[in-house]
Ligand binder design. Sequence first.
Ligand code: PLP
Length: 446
Amino acid sequence: MAHITVATTNATGGDSGHVEAETITLGLRDARPATLALHADETLRLVDDIASPIHVSTNYKYPNDPQQLKPFYGRDIGPTEFVYSRESSGNPTRLEAVLSSLLKSPCLTYSSGLAAIHAAYILLSPKRISIGNGYHGTHGVLEIFKRVSGCKELPLDCPAEDLSAGDLVCLETPVNPTGDAFNISHYAEKAHSRGAYLMVDSTFAPPPLQDPFAWGADIVMHSGTKYIGGHSDMLCGVLATKNKNWFTQLAEDRVFLGSVMGSLEGWLGVRSARTLELRVQRQSQNAMDLVEALDGALSGCSVGTGLSQSDVDVIKEVVAEVKHASLQHGDKAWLTKQMPVGYGPVFAMVMKNEDFAKCLPSKLHFFAHATSLGGVESLVEWRTMSDATVERTLLRFSIGIEDSRDLLEDLISGFRAVLEQDDQLQSITTKLEDTCNTAADPAESV
Ligand SMILES: *Cc1c(COP(=O)(O)O)cnc(C)c1O
């Protein structure tokens, strides 16, 4: 098999056996993430264009000099030596260089988040996977993997004794659809105490919000479709691992699974990664502003959130509960360490009844009613539209980069509109009942 080298800049692995950084003499080693997002792929620049060019070729010319021709087995597929785009190609490779610096680990991109999860399951081939609720598609991949491998599924909080060496704990945090967070260190210790591994799906907390490696993750997965893409226009999956053997195997497997990113998506990904930190910080702060105001109204701590008493009353009439990692007050000891700059841009609202949940999206102007998350535009989803396992009163919000004050005003006027509609419906129902009763009276007297 051809050997695939990684296009990383300062992705160092401390322990032996980890991938050594490919040192690049650009002074990037000490650069901070916001700088790396713009410059980590500098050495992969093949032309002088400032905007990275779109390369769409699936195949590349071999060297003209016969002396330089290396047959397949023995060839190095380097980050700038392209042969066939199912192995590697320019734009996805530049994206990998940028993401490796931001995730602080060598990483590979995939055609989607689920393709990345599939690749991780195949790599580790665990006999048991311990996993909780979360993104429903992940469970779809797991069902297929169980069917072909006979792997057993265990609950996330199974006793440690149920795990054996080589098993896999899959932790999604913060978790879909509520945005609640889990203690990564706890699950890392539990897995490692049995010789099992921890994979963290960190989609809801991309850099700079959370670094699962710092808390013991062995492999980190992202649906790059969400925040890394950030513009609702590309599918992408990412796997990052500091284990050199795993990385090499993943790269080789990907050639034959055929789950590489498309070249155009790779280009969109590079464009997007440049602004990841700006977008995510703003989105996370916006979400926290909204959660603070809405939860404050419910819990009686609305001082400072700028809400009037009438706003508070409306919120209390339609919203039953707000869910978000920022509200996990009892977990702050580990949570503030694991998520030091923000608790993520997704939160959920449980409404007082199913009708409120079903109607609110149609009353909002700045939130599109759609699935998915992570884009610069705010979204709301009556989650039962795409996930049969969640309660029908639940709305999932993915907060964008708008001004949070506009978003809050939009929500509150949406709540009022939902209540008005409810009042109208009730008065129509009452009238109908009255009419039916009057109509029924003469018949009764016959
Ligand atoms: C979207 C998502 C996935 C799946 O990613 P795709 O890119 O849609 O395949 C996995 N996990 C989480 C938490 C997600 O939100």
